[in-house]
Design a binder for this molecule. Structure first.
Ligand SMILES: *[C@@H]1O[C@H](CO)[C@@H](O)[C@H](O)[C@H]1NC(C)=O
Ligand SMILES: *[C@@H]1O[C@H](CO)[C@@H](O)[C@H](O)[C@H]1NC(C)=O
Ligand SMILES: *[C@@H]1O[C@H](CO)[C@@H](O)[C@H](O)[C@H]1NC(C)=O
Ligand SMILES: *[C@@H]1O[C@H](CO)[C@@H](O)[C@H](O)[C@H]1NC(C)=O
Ligand SMILES: *[C@@H]1O[C@H](CO)[C@@H](O)[C@H](O)[C@H]1NC(C)=O
Ligand SMILES: *[C@@H]1O[C@H](CO)[C@@H](O)[C@H](O)[C@H]1NC(C)=O
Length: 560
């Protein structure tokens, strides 16, 4: 097969599959071949070793449609094991391909592995990134966008074009140096600056190339993800407003904003209309909740543009406690559009999550610890450690007792936690199809972001202070956005609701990469008692085996 630009091959015509009732068109396949290599990048102007995919940083965009089958053959040309995750892609019945170290063996240097998964019943903006060894500090990430199928109504006119914007903080040290700092027990501290699609522009730089070009009068979709390691950012476009239309797979009520906060790991889509005088404009991305604001700009050009962007930048939102109040208010303005469809024809609002009884409440408190003088992070007194054997494979082969103990993390944080922490693989036994409430309580002084694989959840509430059951009456039980990440402000809590109806082993992690690397994550083991193919796919025959499951007899396959 000939390789097309970007290493993508596509079978245009759908394969036909004959079933007893007649012929069904199988969902189309998109094939990608990715070479992962080191290469020199300079997001903040200082050359350093980066991680490229097919020579690109950010990596190639995956542009697909709901229910497409995605096949990515990843060749690891690095000198370290490597693994990619597809953040926000739910992998229905298929945690085998989730790309976290609890579900898969890493791709060893000099070898390749082919991911295969379906973007089943999803639309929206997501990104992929490496889960191994702080590799995200060096690149390896890219946009993954899922379009609605034809005939499923989209609640806005088709934009003339779509722009992918991967923004976030950046460290000049490189991932190996940063990892040494963490391994020696220290924090990587504050980042060196802000990058915008691999660059960082300064106001008044007359040599800057435009990042995007818009035709006057036309409307564009900007898909924006914060791919940084720890910093919440705010983005805004001089002279233009941002109409929010989508957030991590949900169509939102289309409010118009001057600027938007986006926290680490989050994605959203805004529509921008080129309705201003034809000249250049600065897109501004600035850090949030740091004493000293860091920012970068990129030039947005009009096709008929004459003249440079004005040096007067739109102001950032307030900082300190006023800034947090501003940001919480903005969070509360994000609403699910109940009448709009997402990936299926029925309106999003036909799922009345507010009427479902909560079957389990799990309250998770993040903390940091010193263990033998070294920094660790944890959840409810447990700091996760990835072992040689992915916990999913240990469970599947029936040897979990040799690899981990279930439920070290309890549904309530321990009283008077102090500095006590357990270092071990952290797996919570969850009951298939339970409707759970997860409370994230942040008693630390820095903002947190959490991300859950395998599901989206309803982000029903964020408030300052401590959570208690009475707070439930403040939840948004009508039109909270269904998404897969949530920020938690300092000394605040956030509550999310979800149905654990996707069997598999699913990572819940801090999106702050140093925290996840030093243990602030866990896995939900969601086992279908039926052991049925209706609930979970069989382990792919191509699955790599490692650790103690190598050479063990294959467990019996699931049946219908
Ligand atoms: C990947 O690298 C190999 C050589 O190692 C080359 O043959 C192939 O064309 C590359 N593929 C892409 C998509 O760049
Ligand atoms: C992306 O996918 C959509 C829908 O499948 C298609 O209309 C569009 O042309 C694609 N864009 C690119 C750049 O491939
Ligand atoms: C590695 O790549 C080769 C060549 O494309 C392919 O035939 C093979 O299936 C791949 N191996 C894995 C484990 O994906
Ligand atoms: C919600 O979606 C509908 C499409 O069903 C659209 O007509 C409407 O404008 C959207 N409402 C808001 C407030 O964004
Ligand atoms: C929820 O719980 C209430 C009280 O325990 C009960 O009356 C109601 O039937 C339950 N609703 C559902 C949908 O199970
Ligand atoms: C997990 O919980 C279920 C009940 O929800 C129970 O049947 C099962 O034995 C538990 N599994 C483990 C390994 O504790």
């Amino acid at each position: 097969m000939a390789s097309m630009r970007g290493g993508m091959m596509m079978i245009g015509a759908a394969l036909l599959l004959c079933l007893s009732g007649g012929a069904l068109a199988e969902d189309p396949y998109l094939f990608f071949e990715w070479n992962v290599t080191y290469g020199t990048i300079a997001p903040l102007g200082i050359p350093q070793q980066g991680i490229l995919i097919n020579g690109q940083f950010p990596g190639p965009k995956i542009n697909c449609t709901s229910n497409n089958n995605i096949v990515v053959n990843v060749f690891n040309h690095l000198d370290e094991p490597f693994l990619l995750t597809w953040s926000g892609i739910q992998h229905r019945k298929n945690s085998w391909q989730d790309g976290t170290l609890g579900t898969m063996c890493p791709i060893m240097p000099g070898t390749n592995f082919t991911y295969q998964f379906q973007v089943k019943d999803q639309i929206g903006s997501f990104f992929y990134f490496p889960t191994t060894a702080l590799h995200r500090a060096a690149g390896g990430m890219g946009m993954l966008q899922v379009h609605s199928r034809n005939l499923i109504p989209v609640p806005f006119d088709t934009p003339v074009d779509e722009f992918a914007l991967l923004i976030g903080d950046w460290y000049n040290k490189g991932h190996k140096t940063l990892r040494k700092i963490l391994d020696s027990g220290h924090t990587i501290r504050r980042p060196d600056g802000i990058q915008i699609n691999g660059n960082s522009g300064k106001v008044g730089d007359s040599t800057a190339q435009p990042l995007f070009t818009m035709e006057p009068g036309k409307t564009y979709r900007y898909r924006v993800c914060n791919v940084g390691l720890r910093t919440s950012v705010n983005f805004r476009l001089q002279g233009h407003t941002l109409k929010l239309v989508e957030m991590e797979g949900s169509h939102t009520v289309q409010n118009v904003y001057d600027s938007l906060d986006i926290h680490v790991g989050q994605c959203m889509s805004v529509l921008v209309t080129a309705d201003q005088a034809p000249k250049d404009y600065y897109l501004v991305v600035s850090s949030r909740f740091f004493k000293k604001v860091m920012s970068s700009v990129a030039v947005i050009h009009y096709t008929n543009g004459k003249g440079p962007a004005s040096p007067e930048l739109p102001p950032p939102p307030p900082e300190n406690s006023a800034g947090i109040a501003w940001s919480i208010n903005q969070f509360r303005s994000f609403r699910w559009n109940l009448t709009a469809s997402a990936a299926r024809p029925n309106p999003q609002g036909s799922y009345h999550y507010g009427n479902i009884n909560i079957t389990r409440t799990i309250k998770l408190v993040n903390s940091h610890y010193l263990v033998d003088g070294k920094l660790r992070f944890g959840i409810n007194g447990v700091s996760h450690v990835d072992g040689e054997t992915p916990v999913k494979l240990a469970e599947h082969f029936g040897v979990s007792n040799k690899v981990f103990s279930y439920d070290l993390v309890k549904d309530e944080p321990p009283q008077a936690q102090g500095d006590k922490v357990v270092l071990a693989p952290s797996v919570v036994n969850a009951t298939f199809r339970n409707f759970v409430e997860i409370i994230f309580e942040n008693q630390e002084k820095t903002i947190q972001t959490w991300s859950l694989d395998g599901y989206s959840f309803f982000a029903v509430g964020i408030e300052p202070g401590s959570w208690s059951p009475e707070k439930r009456k403040n939840y948004n039980v009508l039109d909270a956005v269904s998404r897969h990440t949530i920020q938690v402000y300092p000394n605040s809590w956030a509550a999310v609701l979800t149905t654990l109806d996707n069997a598999g082993m699913w990572n819940l992690r801090s999106e702050m990469r140093e925290r996840a690397y030093l243990g602030q994550q866990l896995y939900f083991s969601v086992v279908s008692p039926a052991r049925s193919l209706r609930d979970e796919y069989n382990m792919p025959t191509t699955q790599q085996l490692c650790g103690i499951v190598q050479g063990l007899p294959m467990p019996p396959p699931y049946t219908i």
